[in-house]
Design a protein around this ligand. Structure first.
Ligand code: ZN
Ligand code: ZN
Length: 343
C-alpha cells in the first residue's frame, strides 16, 4: 500500500510502497483510514526545522495523527467489530508507569504518538491499540471526524481557560487550533470571540466562513489597537494562545483583565521573557494545555454530530494520498488551512 513517510532526518517526506498492516495482536485493531488531516506539527516535521529530533530513532515511519476510518480487522478482546466507524486518539499511554498506574494516562511518561513515534494514518491501513479508537455516529462524515483531534485540543484549551457565559475571549493565532479554540469558546458561551493573526488571508477567510467577524490583523495595526477598538477599551476575560510565538504571550497579557487566565496551546521553539511585576500585581494566571482528555473527545464528537456544517469550513483542501506532498506544500506556504488526505 502507498504511505506518506518520514524516512530521513531532513527536509521532506517520501511517498512509498510499504507492506500492508500486520494482523492485529490481542487488544489491537487494523483501521482502514478514510480521511487524515495534515497538522501544523506534521508540517514542522516535514520542514525539519527543529523540535522533532525524538522521531530520529523511529525513522522511517508513516506520519498522520488526525484521522478517522473503519475497523478492518480486530484482535482478540478489542471490543470492536469489522466495519465500526471510529476517530483515533493518537496518544498511547504505556499502562505501566506511575501516572498510568494512578489512572492518569495523560500524565504517562512513556507515551507514544501515532504518526510521530509509530506508524500513523497517511496510509490505507494502520494497526493500533483498540483503546485509541472512539466510535463515531453513522451519519458523521469521515473528513469531519478527522477534525476531532484538533477540535479536542481547542476544547481542552477552552476548558483550561474556564471560558464562561458572556466572556470576551481573545484567540491569538488563526490556524486550525486557533479556529478550534474560537469555535469551542463560542460553544462555551463566550459573547465575543476576537481572533488575531498576521497577514493570513486564507485563514481569516475560514474564520469568516465559521462566523467570526472580530478579526485583528497585526500586520495592519498593533494587536492592542485592534482589540481595544473592538472592546471599547476594555481588557478581555480570557486569552488563548495558538501562535507558537513567545512574544504573542506578552501582547496577550497586556490585554488581559486583572486575575484573568492566559492559556498557552502553541508549541514554542523560543523562550518567554515575562515582566513579573505586572504579572504579579495583575494576578494573571498562565496555564498550559496539550492534547485532550477522553471525555473531551466525546464532547467534541457530540458537537460534530449535532452540527457538522458548523465545522466543515475548517477544511479548505481535499487531496488523494498520492498528492500528499502537494498538500504539505499548500499547508507550508499557508495557502491552505486544513488539508484532508484520503488514502
Ligand atoms: Zn496535530
Ligand atoms: Zn505510562
Amino acid at each position: 500500500m502507498l504511505a506518506l513517510r518520514k524516512t530521513t532526518p531532513g527536509f521532506g517526506l517520501a511517498l512509498e510502497e510499504v507492506p500492508e498492516a500486520p494482523p492485529p495482536g490481542p487488544g489491537d485493531v487494523v483501521v482502514q483510514v478514510e480521511a487524515a488531516g495534515i497538522c501544523g506539527s506534521d508540517v514542522h516535521a516535514y520542514e525539519w526545522t527543529g523540535g522533532y529530533e525524538f522521531m530520529v530513532p523511529r525513522l522511517p515511519l508513516t506520519m498522520g495523527h488526525e484521522f478517522a476510518g473503519r475497523i478492518w480487522r480486530t484482535g482478540t478482546g478489542s471490543g470492536f467489530h469489522n466495519g465500526d466507524r471510529v476517530a483515533i486518539i493518537p496518544f498511547i499511554a504505556c499502562g505501566h508507569c506511575a501516572a498510568c498506574r494512578a489512572g492518569d494516562p495523560r500524565g504517562c511518561t512513556r507515551r507514544e504518538t501515532i504518526g510521530l513515534t509509530r506508524d500513523g494514518g497517511f496510509a490505507r491501513q494502520v494497526r493500533i491499540p483498540a483503546r485509541c479508537c472512539v466510535p463515531i455516529p453513522d451519519h458523521l462524515e469521515m473528513e469531519l471526524a478527522a477534525l476531532a483531534e484538533p477540535l479536542g485540543v481547542g476544547a481542552e484549551a477552552v476548558l483550561t481557560g474556564e471560558v464562561g457565559l458572556g466572556d470576551t475571549v481573545l484567540v491569538l493565532g488563526p490556524g486550525t487550533i486557533g479556529q478550534a479554540i474560537a469555535l469551542m469558546a463560542r460553544l462555551a458561551g463566550a459573547a465575543r470571540v476576537i481572533v488575531a493573526g498576521r497577514a493570513d488571508a486564507p485563514r481569516f477567510e475560514v474564520l469568516r466562513a465559521l462566523g467570526f467577524q472580530d478579526l485583528v490583523d497585526v500586520a495592519e495595526a498593533p494587536l492592542r489597537d485592534g482589540v481595544m477598538a473592538l472592546t471599547g477599551g476594555r481588557p478581555v476575560d480570557v486569552v488563548l494562545e495558538a501562535t507558537g510565538v513567545p512574544e504573542s504571550l506578552n501582547d496577550g497579557l497586556g490585554l488581559l483583565k486583572r486575575g484573568g487566565v492566559l492559556v498557552v496551546a502553541g508549541i514554542h521553539a523560543g523562550a518567554l521573557t515575562l515582566p513579573l511585576t505586572d504579572f504579579v500585581r495583575l494576578r494573571h494566571q498562565l496555564r498550559a494545555t496539550h492534547g485532550a482528555a477522553r471525555r473531551t473527545w466525546d464532547r467534541v464528537i457530540a458537537h460534530l454530530a449535532r452540527a457538522p456544517e458548523e465545522f466543515r469550513p475548517m477544511i479548505t483542501h481535499r487531496l488523494p494520498l498520492e498528492r500528499g506532498i502537494e498538500g504539505f506544500e499548500l499547508a507550508r506556504q499557508r495557502a491552505a488551512s486544513k488539508v484532508i488526505l484520503t488514502p
